[in-house]
Each structure stands twice: as structure tokens, then as C-alpha cells.
Ligand binder design. Structure first.
Ligand SMILES: [Zn+2]
Length: 129
């Protein structure tokens, strides 16, 4: 994985290394809630539970996710619909993620809440619409 030309799973049309890889494998911090949301989607596809927990706000963070290999292959794509910066420390990101279970395609349409704390963004929770 993480070959230079590998397309980023988040669907940005950039390569993984120049997109979410900077946050998952590098020392960079996502500059806004949308970048964090995209990198978290990519983390789900790569089973990067460490990254998902690290970017989850402590108020809502689960102890573990128990991601499995089956869970990684099910993700088909991400579409970010809206990124709304509400104030300096709160943002919403609305997205549709497509995935497959048992050969059937499904859509997850969610509005996620993010907070900015200690100079970085964290995922708090989401509402499925
Ligand atoms: Zn990406």
C-alpha cells in the first residue's frame, strides 16, 4: 500500500500519498473538518483503527472499533455534500458513503459534527439522515 500512484480511497482524485496519507502516515494534521472527514473514511477502508480513535473526540470516543478485513472491502466510495463551518470551533460535514454488504450496495448518508480543540479537529458524532 501507499505506493506513490495509489489513488486515495476518499475519491479526491489525488494520490493517497498527497491526500489522506499525509494525515494517516505523516505528521500533518487535517486543516479543516472536511479533510479530517475524508481521512477518517480512508482510515475505515484501510482498517486504521488507531487513526480513527485518535481523531475521535474524547467525549464520544468508543474504546475500540473491532474493524475486520471484511469491513474494509465493503467501502465503495465517498461523496462530500456539504462542509459548513459554524463558528471557530464547530463544523458540520454532510456526506454519502457507498458500501456493499452481501453483494448489495447501500448508502450511508450522514451529517457529522466536528469540534476544534488543541489546534486540531476531532470527529464527535453523526446523524444518519
Ligand atoms: Zn484522501
Amino acid at each position: 500500500m501507499a505506493k506513490l500512484e495509489t489513488p486515495c480511497p476518499c475519491g479526491s482524485n489525488k494520490t493517497y500519498v498527497l491526500c489522506c496519507g499525509r494525515y494517516l502516515d505523516g505528521a500533518e494534521i487535517p486543516p479543516d473538518a472536511e479533510a479530517l472527514m475524508r481521512s477518517r473514511y480512508t482510515a475505515y477502508t484501510l482498517l486504521r483503527e488507531d487513526y480513527l480513535l485518535k481523531t475521535w473526540h474524547v467525549s464520544a470516543r468508543p474504546e475500540q472499533l473491532g474493524l475486520t478485513a471484511e469491513a474494509s472491502s465493503k467501502w465503495l466510495g465517498l461523496q462530500v455534500k456539504r462542509h459548513e463551518q459554524q463558528d471557530d470551533t464547530h463544523a458540520l460535514v454532510e456526506f454519502v458513503a457507498r458500501y456493499k454488504i452481501g453483494g448489495r450496495a447501500h448508502r450511508l448518508h450522514e451529517v457529522s459534527r466536528f469540534v476544534h480543540e488543541d489546534r486540531r479537529w476531532f470527529y464527535v458524532d453523526g446523524e444518519v439522515t
